[in-house]
Design a protein. Sequence first.
Length: 147
Amino acid sequence: MSAYQLAQLNIAQMKFAIDDPAMADFVARLEDINALADAAPGFVWRLQTDDGDATAIDFFGADTLVNLSVWKDLDSLRAYVYRSAHSEVMARRRQWFERIQDAYSVLWWIDAAHIPTLYEASEKLGCLRRHGSTVHAFTFKQPFASK
């Protein structure tokens, strides 16, 4: 077992309130997509409230959804994001979410026993926005190997 795991954060700015009928298709898929992640090979942990998702967390603002999770490795996360039913939801993201001009997703390596916080994730996103992909904060397009 590796001493490191991969943390990931992505944020999405909603076009409509979460309870708006325009968001109904997204909300209807959320439980299934979260269950798919939970069962995916390499999945370790995800941020969630007692409701089973993170839609009530407004760390980045009331209109911004947050997804923070931990994975065994980059290949596991990549398979979930791009080669599962999750990709169907991603293909429709412009229906529900604004285009964010700056980086909205960041990856970084953590010690295997560590659970990242939103503060840590926010700092990593800021680092990526300021410096581009580095060993400290990177993207799928420019990944770095674990320490």
